[in-house]
Design a protein around this ligand. Sequence first.
Ligand code: I22
Ligand code: ZN
Length: 198
Amino acid sequence: MTNQRIVAHFKESAELKMRAAEELAQPIEQAVELMFLALSNGNKIMACGNGGSAADCQHFAAELVGRFERERLPLPAMALTTDSSILTAVANDYSFQEVFSKQVQAFGQSGDILLAITTSGNSVSVINAINAALERDMRVVALTGKGGGTVNQLLSDADVHICVPHDRTARIQEVHLLTIHCLCDGIDSALFGGDVDD
Ligand SMILES: O=C(CO)[C@@H](O)[C@H](O)[C@H](O)[C@H](O)COP(=O)(O)O
Ligand SMILES: [Zn+2]
């Protein structure tokens, strides 16, 4: 019984990934172009999200500041999910809904990118960060699912919406992580060309 449940998770995840590849390849490519252009111009990428998506933000920033698969100079990416003093001060003195938007207002500059990760597309802390980014003339790459929720109403053609075609949070997160690795690989390929050399 347990074994069947495990196999069912693997099957559902694999099937979704194959299906999502068709739908998401184009927006992921657009996101790589947007990110590469920003990094080439000396801008940075900031990432925000809650719970498992907070971990995704940190994973992404680590691969840009450290490395993905190839040796290169550190690239400027930061997770807005890590400074417990900022997070607790803003949540305590204002509201949790402002924990990311305050940081976008503090650190964001025109031309920077916000990587906004929310499986529902409805987390208010992430929605507020998107609005703060757009107000600062930043571009937004949103990773969502479940139809995209409120995020649909905020983005324009200058932004990129990568919406995983599924309703289950865990499955959506699994595709978000794969997408993050595609973004890292795309940025490295834009820097160095197509082949991984190790
Ligand atoms: O990882 C999981 C569930 O798989 C949870 O921690 C999940 O990320 C949290 O419930 C989040 O608060 C969900 O927020 P969101 O994806 O709807 O923006
Ligand atoms: Zn999770």
